[in-house]
Design a protein around this ligand. Structure first.
Ligand code: SAH
Length: 262
């Protein structure tokens, strides 16, 4: 039998945060600086890519609702292939790699190929949006839990636990907050599903576009109003819906946002 030593690199699944470079972690920044190749998608900003090793190869793999440049399976294979020719492979993903980013699948595929994989967390959209909008996702006496759900559909159906979500949002249940990712297109269906479970659509909500960046926009109102207005309001940037009384509390408004140079 012939033995040969194949040197393989390490694949780092790195969270890039919500968009602003100053919300990267130092660990993410250091990996970008020494990356040999960077595989990224649409949610990663130019401002962040500009911090990367200029000699690093860049591969854009797209990703946008229904406009996948490269199917997930091929992204997984690409990462494995790159690890056979590059020491430091950085797979850069918006927000946190393990929150609705299919990072778990990428990590599994890479590990299954016998390649070392390391995960660098990132500020997920819900946290970036909430911070900049001054919405505490949990707040004493108002919300004691927060749930992250996706508004993405599976075979045309929203894949959410309507009874459970509706119940958690109802007054008298101790209060909770729901953050909906990828929820603009399906917001009317989400609202209708919650209403069918008895939720009063006058519950407060906030829609935050490009949260955590200097171009953040917000729309506040009742869930019913937002569901009716969201399509016309959005200008196509990534947007997150936050539902729950914390969005009405007008607590600390964190609008004194100032970008910190990295
Ligand atoms: N892994 C990412 C989420 C990927 S799913 C994370 O942890 O943030 C993509 C969805 O995330 C978008 O449809 C949107 O709902 C949300 N999102 C990502 N970046 C955002 C931003 N800057 N502002 C508001 N929502 C954002």
């Amino acid at each position: 039998m012939h033995h040969s030593t194949i040197l393989t690199g390490i694949v780092h699944l790195v969270g890039a945060g919500p968009g602003s470079a100053d919300l990267l972690t130092l660990r993410a920044l250091r990996l970008l600086e020494r990356a040999d190749v960077i595989v990224h998608d649409r949610l990663v900003s130019e401002e962040i890519l500009a911090l990367a090793n200029p000699a690093a190869e860049r591969i854009y793999v797209g990703k946008r609702r229904s406009e996948h440049c490269l199917p997930q399976e091929q992204i997984n294979e690409l990462l494995v292939r790159l690890a056979h020719s590059h020491a430091c492979v950085v797979r850069l993903k918006g927000g946190d790699p393990f929150i609705f980013g299919r990072g778990g699948e990428e990590a599994e595929a890479v590990a299954a190929a016998g390649i070392e994989v390391q995960i660098v967390p990132g500020v997920t959209a819900a946290l970036g949006c909430a911070a900049q909008a001054g919405i505490p996702l949990t707040h004493r006496g108002i919300a004691r839990s927060v749930t992250f759900v996706t508004g993405h559909t599976k075979d045309g159906q929203l894949d959410v636990d309507f009874p459970g979500l509706a119940r958690s949002l109802m007054v008298g249940h101790g209060g909770s907050t729901v953050a909906v990712y990828m929820g603009i297109a399906t917001m009317p269906a989400l609202a209708a599903g919650l209403a069918a479970e008895g939720l009063d659509l006058s519950v407060s909500a906030a829609l935050i576009e490009r949260g955590g960046t200097p171009r953040q926009r917000e729309l506040r109102g009742s869930l019913g109003e937002l569901a009716a207005r969201a399509q016309a309001w959005t200008d196509g940037g990534p947007a997150l819906l936050i539902i729950g009384e914390v969005t009405a509390a007008h607590l600390a408004r964190a609008h004194q946002f100032a970008a910190v140079a990295v």
